[in-house]
Write a protein that binds this ligand. Structure first.
Ligand SMILES: [Zn+2]
Length: 345
């Protein structure tokens, strides 16, 4: 096992993770289809998981970890990189695709990216400009956007994209027996890969983490990407995975699909309720200041909170959509009270 580093902020989580690692070794033993690899990251979220398995005789890797020397060492020591045949990415966030270009240079593997991540690569500059415009439209200052842009442009968030890639939704060879399920919400491109009794779920189902639904431009329509609407249909699809062993992108395991969905939805409802008194405030920068009493100051943190504000506002405009997704999944009763206080029935 690699050394797993935890930031000091994750101390209580570390204790939890110790137990989870042991639970995981039991179910890895029960379920031999895939091996979980754990790689440290320098990000708040903590270590990330990649998975390997042999399908139809081919070595397949799901996700590639962050663009760090430690991750490359991990691959050299633990994975037969030269014999990799397929590299399949859940979504192009740095901790999940960061090593893809290096792996592509060091193997003959074919890289498969979500369709919408392919669009992001091709239209990168256009996408970024349109996203700054979305923020400008809701009150963000030129000074703030300049600082945000320098983070995006620094390479901290976008390590080299792979030079050649195929589209996961249509190009993964059928004989591998891997089903692709589109589960956007956290990003516009999240894919879940499903086998007979397992699912590699990226950042769609995480234990104890409310993964921010990130503000983005829908590259098919040029409009703002509607994370909330997408999440409502994704919720029903994720609920459909409850009989599979879920292999998440972080935190080793989840304690059940239903419990994980309910955690996420409860957080969503609580945060929507906190936002409601300020919902008429058009300037999102001012709104964030009021909502958090000026405590959120970090440039990227403000961006995450702005993303959430869009998401919660969309929910407050059309809460019925979430309600019906929860009812379809038989989960509504579990969060009925939170829902009612969020929408102030
Ligand atoms: Zn992640």
């Amino acid at each position: 096992m690699p050394v797993v580093k935890f930031s000091s902020r994750l101390d209580s989580e570390q204790k939890c993770s110790f137990l989870d690692r042991h639970l995981l070794s039991i179910f890895t033993w029960l379920n031999m289809a895939l091996t979980q690899h754990t790689i440290a990251t320098p990000y708040m979220v903590g270590p990330v998981h990649c998975y390997t398995g042999v399908f139809d005789g081919d070595l397949v890797l799901f996700d590639t970890g962050p663009p760090t020397p430690e991750a490359r060492n991990y691959f050299r020591d633990h994975i037969d990189v030269q014999n990799l045949k397929h590299i399949i990415i859940t979504h192009c966030h740095i901790d999940h695709y960061g090593q893809t270009h290096w792996l592509e240079e060091n193997s003959d593997a074919i890289v498969y990216l979500p369709y919408r991540d392919g669009l992001k690569i091709v239209q990168h500059d256009k996408r970024m400009m349109e996203m700054y415009q979305l923020l400008r439209d809701v009150g963000f200052s030129g000074e703030y956007l300049g600082r945000l842009q320098s983070i995006f442009d620094s390479g901290q968030l976008f390590p080299p994209f792979p030079q050649n890639f195929q589209v996961a939704e249509k190009d993964i060879p059928q004989q591998l027996g891997i089903k692709v399920v589109e589960c956007p919400g956290h990003s516009q491109s999240d894919l879940v890969y499903v086998g007979e009794d397992w699912a590699v779920t990226g950042d769609t189902l995480l234990k104890g983490i409310f993964q921010s639904p990130l503000l983005d431009v829908d590259l098919e329509t040029g409009e703002r990407f509607k994370n909330y609407e997408m999440y409502c249909s994704t919720l029903v699809k994720l609920f459909g995975l409850r009989n599979k062993t879920v292999l998440p992108g972080h935190r080793y395991i989840i304690r059940g699909v239903e419990e994980t969905l309910l955690f996420y939805v409860s957080k969503l409802l609580q945060r929507a309720e906190q936002l409601r008194p300020y919902v008429a405030e058009k300037d999102v920068m001012v709104l964030i200041d009021k909502l958090f009493n000026g405590k959120v100051q970090d440039v990227f943190h403000i961006f995450l909170k702005a993303s959430e504000v869009f998401f919660m506002k969309d929910f407050l405009k059309n809460p019925e959509l979430l309600r019906s997704a929860l009812e379809k999944s038989g989960l509504f009763q579990n969060v009925k009270e939170l829902y009612e206080s969020a929408v102030a029935v």
